[in-house]
Design a protein around this ligand. Structure first.
Ligand code: 3HC
Length: 288
C-alpha cells in the first residue's frame, strides 16, 4: 500500500482520540468512517467534531465550510460494514490488550487485502497486537496526542514485523494530514513520548500522595516556573486519568494513591466532569 492508494479511512472509536483523528483526516480531505460499538457513542463523537470544527472555523483555522468537512464523515456501528472497503484503519479503542487483539482479529477477516491496520495505542505492544492477524507486516502504530486537532506530533511505531512499506505509507499519510510524524523504530513500552511523560506524571502523583505538595502547587510549578503548557494533573484530566492508570498497570508499575482514588471514584477528568479538578460547575483548574 502506497500513501497515494489511501482514500478511505476508518477510525474505530468515537471517544476523545477517535473523533479527533476522524476530524483531522476529514479536514485533510479524506473520506472517513467513524465507528463505535453503540450509536450513542458515535453520535456523541460526531457532535464533538461539529463543535470543534465550528470553533476552528470561527478562528480561521479551517478554511473549508464545516458542513463540507462533515459531509466526508460517515458513522457506523457494525464493524464489518465500517472496514470492508477501508484502505487504512486506525483503531482507537480502550487500552486493553485482549480487546485490541479481538478487534485486529476481526480486521484481519473483514478488511481488504492490502489495507494498513494501525493502532493508536498509547503504550501497548504493536508486535503483540499484530499476532492477532495473519498479516503482521501491515500492522503499525500510529500514536496521536490529545487533542489531535491541536497536537502536531504523531508517532509511527514499528512492530517487530511491520514492513518498511507499511511504515513509510503511514508516515506519509501523517504528513498528508498536516501533522509531523516521527518513527519509533523499536516497539518499546510507552514509545518515545509516554516513556518520557510517564515519570513526569508518576513523580507528581507520588509527591502529592506523600503530602509534599498539593495538586495545585505541582501544576503551578510546572506551568509557571518550567513553562509547560499544562501541569501533570491538568494534563491527566485532559487525557483521561484512566489512560495513564492503564499504562502504569500494563507496565507493572505501582499506582500512586491519588491516582487510584480518582479511578476508584470514576472521576476520570474532563470527560466525566470531574477529575483532579471539577469541571461540572465550569470552574476547571484552580491553580494560579
Ligand atoms: N477543537 C477546537 N478547539 C478546541 C479544542 C478542540 N478539540 N480543544 C480546545 N479547544 C479550544 C478551547 O475551547 C479554547 O477556545 P477559546 O479560545 O474559544 O476559549 C482554545 O482551544 C484553548 O486555547 P488555549 O489558547 O487555552 O490553549 P492552546 O490552544 O494554546 O493550547 C493545548 C491548548 C494544545 C491543549 C495546550 O494546552 C497543550 O499543548 N497542552 C498539553 C497537551 C498535551 O501534552 N497533550 C498530550 C497528552 S499525552 C497523550 O495524549 C498521549 C496519550 O497516549 C495519552
Amino acid at each position: 500500500m502506497n500513501v497515494d492508494d489511501i482514500s478511505r479511512v476508518t477510525v474505530l472509536g468515537a471517544g476523545n482520540m477517535g473523533h479527533g483523528i476522524t476530524e483531522v483526516a476529514a479536514i485533510a480531505g479524506y473520506h472517513v468512517t467513524m465507528r463505535d460499538i453503540e450509536q450513542e457513542l458515535v453520535d456523541d463523537g460526531y457532535e464533538s467534531i461539529e463543535w470543534s470544527l465550528q470553533k476552528l472555523s470561527e478562528k480561521g483555522l479551517v478554511e473549508e465550510d464545516p458542513d463540507a468537512v462533515m459531509d466526508r464523515i460517515d458513522t457506523e456501528v457494525d464493524l464489518e460494514t465500517a472496514v470492508s472497503d477501508a484502505d487504512l484503519v486506525i483503531e482507537a479503542a480502550p487500552e486493553q490488550m485482549e480487546l485490541k487483539k479481538e478487534i485486529f482479529g476481526d480486521l484481519d477477516e473483514f478488511t481488504p487485502e492490502g489495507a494498513i491496520l494501525a493502532s493508536n495505542t498509547s503504550s501497548l505492544s504493536i508486535t503483540e497486537i499484530a499476532t492477532a492477524t495473519e498479516r503482521p507486516e501491515q500492522v503499525v502504530g500510529m500514536h496521536f496526542f490529545n487533542p489531535p486537532v491541536k497536537m502536531d506530533l504523531v508517532e509511527v511505531i514499528y512492530g517487530a514485523e511491520t514492513s518498511d512499506e507499511t511504515a513509510e505509507a503511514t508516515y506519509e499519510f501523517v504528513e498528508s494530514i498536516g501533522k509531523t510524524p516521527i518513527y519509533v523504530r523499536k516497539d518499546v513500552n510507552g514509545f518515545v513520548v509516554n516513556s518520557v511523560l510517564g515519570p513526569f506524571g508518576d513523580e507528581a502523583g507520588w509527591m502529592v500522595s506523600e503530602g509534599a505538595a498539593t495538586i495545585e502547587e505541582v501544576d503551578a510549578a510546572m506551568v509557571h516556573r518550567r513553562g509547560y503548557p499544562m501541569g501533570p494533573f491538568e494534563l491527566g484530566d485532559l487525557t483521561g486519568i484512566d489512560i495513564g492508570y492503564h499504562v502504569r498497570k500494563e507496565a507493572g508499575k505501582d499506582v500512586p494513591p491519588v491516582v487510584q482514588e480518582k479511578v476508584d471514584a470514576g472521576d476520570l477528568g474532563q470527560k466525566t466532569g470531574k477529575g483532579y479538578y471539577d469541571y461540572e460547575d465550569g470552574e476547571g483548574t484552580t491553580y494560579e
